[in-house]
Design a protein around this ligand. Structure first.
Ligand SMILES: Nc1ncnc2c1ncn2[C@@H]1O[C@H](COP(=O)(O)OP(=O)(O)OP(=O)(O)O)[C@@H](O)[C@H]1O
Ligand SMILES: [Mg+2]
Length: 234
């Protein structure tokens, strides 16, 4: 699938959970080596979730793109992760040329690069959106979140000419009682919703490392799988 950016300008909507589930799902195809990359300086979750220290991060991979493999952590046979840079000033200093160099090197080895991003949209996230083949734009069921994310969609497509066809609008944490709110969504936005992910009270991010069996049985993982399969069929 190439580069997939998971974005939202609302915090806590599930960007990291969805990026990780997407990476784990895609890596199940033996012919699709997958890398999940963290672009979150707030300060990001990959360090604690995958037990990665500061000596292996995007900072070094950007500096030494030909040796990027040295800075990855192997999670499964077909799945690697690259921890982000916790310092936002360092992130801001990365140029689009450096970023595309690194992504070029990674793409020569990895079929899928899933990029988890932070809530505060900065220049490098815009660069990633322009380079990505797919963008997962995430909101939860709160109207404030939907309206913020719709503004982000409009900014990306109007100001940065990001192709609307590559954006998947995904509503996460849907509960049964949210049905009425979902009707309101269609009133405040013209953007078609590509998928809903249910609220799953037993879900938490530790299962990505601690309990893989629970991950594969979770509703979030299964629903992400269905979204990806439907998207591939389009
Ligand atoms: N479908 C879901 N059902 C239940 N809980 C969920 C679901 N998706 C995510 N969560 C939970 O919501 C919380 C926030 O998720 P996550 O960290 O993935 O969001 P985020 O958008 O990456 O947040 P941040 O803005 O801090 O980066 C976590 O506790 C996660 O376990
Ligand atoms: Mg996150």
């Amino acid at each position: 699938m190439g580069i997939i950016a998971v974005i939202s300008n609302k915090g806590g909507v599930g960007k990291t959970s969805i990026a990780l589930s997407t990476g784990f799902y895609l890596s199940k195809n033996p012919s699709s080596p997958t890398l999940i990359m963290e672009l979150d300086s707030s300060p990001g979750d990959f360090g604690p979730i995958f037990d990665i220290d500061g000596s292996r991060s995007l900072e070094f991979a950007i500096r030494f793109p030909l040796n990027f493999r040295n800075y990855l952590k192997k999670i499964e046979d077909n799945l690697y992760v690259l921890k982000g840079i916790p310092n936002p000033f360092v992130i801001e200093s990365i140029t689009v040329k450096e970023l595309s160099n690194l992504l070029g090197e990674i793409s020569s080895v990895y079929e899928n690069i899933v990029i988890d991003t932070q809530t505060v949209i900065n220049r490098i996230i815009i660069d990633v959106c322009m380079l990505a083949e797919r963008i997962m734009l995430i909101t939860d069921c709160c109207l404030e979140s939907v309206s913020r994310v719709v503004n982000l969609y409009e900014m990306l497509t109007d100001k940065y000419s990001v192709d609307k066809k590559k954006i998947n609008f995904i509503v996460n944490k849907k509960r049964l009682a949210d049905l009425f709110k979902l009707w309101d969504f269609s009133r405040i936005t013209e953007i078609p919703v590509d998928g809903f992910i249910s609220f799953d009270k037993s879900f938490n991010k530790n299962i990505f490392m601690a309990d893989r069996r629970k991950l594969y049985c979770s509703r979030l993982y299964k629903q992400i799988g269905r979204l990806i399969e439907n998207d591939c069929r389009k």
